[in-house]
Structure formats: structure tokens, C-alpha cells
Design a protein around this ligand. Structure first.
Ligand SMILES: *[C@@H]1O[C@H](CO)[C@@H](O)[C@H](O)[C@H]1NC(C)=O
Ligand SMILES: [Ca+2]
Length: 324
């Protein structure tokens, strides 16, 4: 009797749990980073680490809250999933109240483990970057606050302009207050049917909020997942708690897979081509300068008027002379 009740209960729970997930969307263990991170010995299966990055039992600290540090973690297996969703559970926190930086980036790129100037990773990359930029390097032009999440697609030719926070190469973005909160913060990056969607859950409400959605994004299969972070004069702890990659059951994927997705060159329709750098506006003319320019223009007008009048008089004189 007791056994039977138990069995019924067990069945009930199994049904509930499996109903939570679409059975066709499932986690790809080989592209995910979950606790306990370390397998046998000190190795973290499927992941490599670079720079200052440290693995602890509860989080992977990409950078500590110290100046001029950078680090990264990279999935060691190329990702051949056509439609996917990546869930990242992370925390950015530090002692700075008003000044902190620089930020963190999540990568889906051709190359891996190459240190460089873009949040600790190489510039001129091939693939996708999602930046979580916590520090504003640039005081003009910006029409957004920090932290700012943005996306960039690169085919290896574009330079990430740090001084301008990448505003010349960004596809889309959103502002998020996600730093120094006592709860966990989450980010979802979804890619299906050439549409890239970023969602955030940073208010401890357990619900996803749209950051942006942009269509016409082409990304190949076979690139690598990675996370990097960097601190400069300003610093923060950049922690990753987990990354889970889900394969999505996308009904038109079968049609799409007819073409070889691995040969696609990363591109985006709504991509803003690299604009010429517009210099910041020159400082306004000083009062004195304006006064002298006005005075000059005024005198010029008077001079022209005098010249005009005397020329007119001459004409009149001539006319009279001819008349008599
Ligand atoms: C790479 O991207 C740039 C900027 O969008 C574009 O002008 C160029 O044609 C692209 N190159 C290739 C090989 O797709
Ligand atoms: Ca920045």
C-alpha cells in the first residue's frame, strides 16, 4: 500500500518535472558550465581558463576586484547547434560605489584563448560578442547610462572602439542596473531563425525582460563559447555562476540546415557600418571672439554700403552730365 502511494506520487512528480521543459529543448552538457565545476582532479570538463581567472567551488571569478586584471574562460568544443539559447548566471560586484569597471563579455567566436584589448579578448574577432559594459569611457554623444548591454557582430574587419564604448559598431542594446545587488543576475541570449534576442533577469523577480531583439543576424555553426572580463584603473569582481546552453526545437531548422551553416560569414542586416568618427563639437566661441567677429561683419557691411552709395552717386553724376 505504502509502496503504491509512493509510486503514484513519484509518477506525479516526474510528470510535473518533465512538463516544465519542452522535451525537445535540452541542455548541451558539453557547452555548459555547472556546479560542481571540477570533475575528477582539478580539471573542469569542457572548459579552459586564461589570465587571472580562478575557479572556486561556488563561482568562476573571471577577474577579481583589483586594477588592471583580465581573464577568460573558453569552451573547448565547437558548438554545432543551429538554434540555441544560452543562460548565464553571473554577478558583478565590488567595493567601488561610483567608479567601477570595465565589464564583461560573452563570446561566440571562431578563435578562442587569445588575450587582447576588448574586455580581455582579441579585437577584430569573427562572431558574436555580448558586452556588459559597466563603465562609461566617453562623455559625449552617448544617449545611454551604464551598465549597458550591447551586441556586436564581426567578420574580422571591425575594430571595437573602447574610447567610444563600441557605440559605432553596436547592433542594439539596453541599460540595466545589475551591479552590486545581493541576488543573482541572469542573462539569456537566444538565436533562432536568424534572430538574436537578449533577455535579462536582474530584478530578483524571476521573470525575463526584453533587452533587445534583432533580425537578419547570420552566425555560423562551429564557433566557440567564451566569457572574458577586464578591469582597468577601475575594478570589479566579475563572477560566472553557471552557463547553460539549450538546443532549441526550431521547426524551420531542417530547411535551414540544407545549406551548410558552418560556412556562413558573420553578418547582421541592421548593422551600422563603421561611421567616420565625428569629432566632438568644438568648444563654443568665447564672448570676446564672437564680439570681434560680429564687429568685423558689421564694418564689412558698412564698407560695402558706402562703396555702393558712392558708386550710385557716380552713376547719377554721369547721367546728369550726359543729359546736359
Ligand atoms: C565585413 O564587414 C564589413 C562591415 O560590415 C563589410 O563592409 C565587408 O564587406 C564584410 N566582409 C565580408 C567578407 O563579408
Ligand atoms: Ca566602457
Amino acid at each position: 500500500m505504502c509502496r503504491k502511494v509512493f509510486s503514484v506520487l513519484l509518477n506525479f512528480f516526474v510528470v510535473i518535472i518533465s512538463a516544465e521543459w519542452n522535451s525537445n529543448d535540452y541542455m548541451k552538457r558539453e557547452h555548459s558550465l555547472i556546479k560542481p565545476y571540477q570533475g575528477k582532479g582539478m580539471m573542469v570538463p569542457y572548459w579552459d581558463f586564461q589570465g587571472i581567472t580562478l575557479v572556486t567551488p561556488n563561482y568562476v571569478r573571471v577577474t577579481p576586484d583589483r586594477q588592471s586584471q583580465s581573464g577568460s574562460l573558453w569552451n573547448s568544443i565547437p558548438c554545432n547547434v543551429l538554434a540555441w539559447e544560452l543562460h548565464v548566471n553571473f554577478k558583478i560586484h565590488g567595493h567601488g560605489k561610483d567608479l567601477f569597471g570595465d565589464g564583461m563579455a560573452i563570446w561566440y567566436t571562431k578563435d578562442r584563448m587569445v588575450q587582447g584589448p576588448v574586455f580581455g579578448n582579441m579585437d577584430y574577432f569573427h562572431g558574436l560578442a555580448i558586452f556588459i559594459d559597466t563603465y562609461s569611457n566617453h562623455n559625449g554623444e552617448h544617449n545611454h547610462q551604464h551598465p549597458y548591454i550591447s551586441a556586436m557582430i564581426n567578420n574580422g574587419t571591425l575594430h571595437y572602439d573602447h574610447d567610444r564604448d563600441g557605440t559605432h559598431t553596436s547592433l542594439a542594446g539596453c541599460e540595466v542596473k545589475l551591479r552590486n545587488v545581493y541576488y543573482d543576475t541572469h542573462l539569456t541570449i537566444r538565436y533562432e531563425k536568424d534572430t538574436l534576442t537578449v533577455l535579462t533577469d536582474v530584478d530578483n523577480k524571476g521573470e525575463w525582460k526584453d533587452c533587445f531583439k534583432t533580425s537578419g543576424v547570420k552566425l555560423p555553426t562551429g564557433y566557440y563559447w567564451g566569457v572574458s572580463a577586464a578591469t582597468g584603473e577601475l575594478s570589479d569582481n566579475h563572477d560566472i555562476l553557471s552557463m547553460r546552453l539549450y538546443e532549441l526545437d526550431s521547426s524551420d531548422v531542417d530547411v535551414v540546415s540544407a545549406e551548410d551553416r558552418s560556412k556562413i560569414i558573420p553578418s547582421a542586416e541592421k548593422f551600422e557600418a563603421p561611421r567616420e568618427h565625428v569629432e566632438d563639437p568644438k568648444p563654443a566661441w568665447s564672448g570676446t571672439k564672437t564680439f570681434f567677429v560680429m564687429l568685423f561683419v558689421f564694418l564689412l557691411i558698412i564698407a560695402i554700403a558706402i562703396a555702393g552709395i558712392s558708386w550710385y552717386r557716380d552713376q547719377q553724376e554721369h547721367a546728369k552730365k550726359r543729359f546736359y
